[in-house]
Design a protein around this ligand. Structure first.
Ligand code: GLA
Length: 389
């Protein structure tokens, strides 16, 4: 499972070629492959930098070294107007003040571990808990709150930004020194490729994911409820009251969790459904249909009919956490921009929540000598015409 990687992008490009309404997000713009760097402030005594990646069509992606975080993604709408399509800030301070993982790389274990406990090779581990009784996104000071080291690589035609973080043995309660890499590459065919890899000195659970909140309208005050989502999954994993999977794999058919065909996010979000009540909306893991060879597979497509923007998600990962921004509450306040209830949604490609305690789920233990790897590709498109319906 750690050998997952690139390999099926061409097949996916062919799939997109079939979509007549969809054209490349192209407008004249900055130098292809360009990556620029600027200082972005101080986290304690560590300097934080922000890097801007640009492609030939003027698409721009900003990544900062604090949390290997996606700060902005600027893509054109149907009229060629570039706007930021993820929630974020243009200064470091609000991130330091505490935001719910905006754009961050979450780890060492993305999502929840029940009661912060797991057993590995006969030994029990207790992690610090930070989400009710559970450990969420690596603990109180996970990878999202660490300064990563950055390096620009130009081995490909497109430049790429490589970020590295070495997590000490015992950090946040996890065994083994873990060396983690996050790589961002923006291509001239409007793809953002995000690759994670890791090696360890002792067996440890690993699950790395990006936690960007999307709002394709370009207006962060606009709720995401009218945006259309399609998820390539026939099953999801129901949760208990603390959002830990019960272990069941449940069919989406006939439930508000059925996104096999594109659906407006808000169309069933208030339905009388126990799982929606437990999640306060959508905050669940979908079991992605596996592609032949287990390489990249199409996970989801998010579309905003108003602006014409669409993002396709492909991943090597078995799960997709769709979180509809139910805990956004306008904080942090006083930072110029406030992000209110359901004004952003996350599509986190990852292993299933609580896998270290769930024998039925795919394993997430990385051992010395192995290499963890996950690839997620976002393709930015714009619908030229207003679709019917
Ligand atoms: C994840 C979780 C949500 C929430 C957000 C951060 O997506 O699944 O329940 O904790 O992170 O607010």
């Amino acid at each position: 499972m750690w050998k997952d990687g690139l390999g099926t992008t061409i097949a996916t490009a062919a799939w997109f070629g079939l979509c007549a309404l969809v054209g490349p997000a192209s407008v004249m713009g900055a130098a292809p492959g360009a990556i620029s760097k600027a200082p972005f402030g101080q986290a304690g005594d560590e300097a934080v930098d922000i890097y801007t990646l640009a492609n030939a069509h003027g698409v721009e992606v900003q990544v900062m070294t604090y949390g290997a975080t996606l700060v902005s993604i600027r893509t054109p709408d149907r009229a060629g107007r570039f706007q930021n399509i993820i929630l974020g800030f243009d200064a470091l301070q609000p991130y330091l003040a505490g935001v719910p993982y905006f754009g961050a790389t979450v780890g060492r274990y993305a999502n929840r571990i029940a009661k912060g406990r797991f057993a590995l090779d006969g030994k029990s581990y207790q992690l610090p808990v930070n989400d009710g009784p559970n450990t969420l996104h690596g603990g109180p000071r996970g990878f999202d709150k660490r300064v990563w080291k950055a390096k620009v690589e130009s081995a490909h035609r497109d430049s790429e930004l490589q970020l590295t973080y070495v997590s000490a043995d015992g950090e946040e309660g996890y065994p083994g020194e873990l060396t983690a890499h996050a790589t961002y590459r923006l291509t001239d065919d409007d793809r953002l490729m995000i690759e994670y890899s890791a090696t360890t000195t002792a067996a440890t659970p690993v699950n790395l994911a990006n936690h960007a909140y999307f709002n394709l309208s370009g207006d962060p005050h606009h709720q995401i409820l009218d945006q259309m989502l399609q998820i390539n999954a026939t099953q999801f994993t129901p949760v208990d009251a603390t959002l830990i999977p019960t272990g069941e794999s449940r069919a989406v058919a006939g439930t508000p969790f059925d996104f096999r065909e594109p659906q407006a996010i808000g169309s069933r979000i208030d339905a009388d459904d126990e799982q929606l009540r437990l999640g306060h909306g959508y905050d669940h893991n979908w079991i992605l249909a596996r592609a032949p060879g287990h390489g990249l597979r199409r996970a989801a497509v998010l579309t905003d009919r108003g602006s014409g923007r669409s993002v396709e998600f492909e991943t090597t990962q078995p799960g997709l956490q769709f979180y509809s921004g139910n805990f956004l509450d306008g904080k942090p306040a006083g930072s110029g921009t406030v992000f209110a209830y359901r004004t952003g949604l996350c599509l986190e490609t990852q292993h299933f929540p609580d896998s270290p305690n769930q024998p039925a789920f795919a394993g997430t233990i990385l051992r010395p000598g192995q290499r963890y790897s996950q690839t997620t590709v976002l393709t930015f498109r714009v619908r030229k015409e207003t679709p019917r319906g």
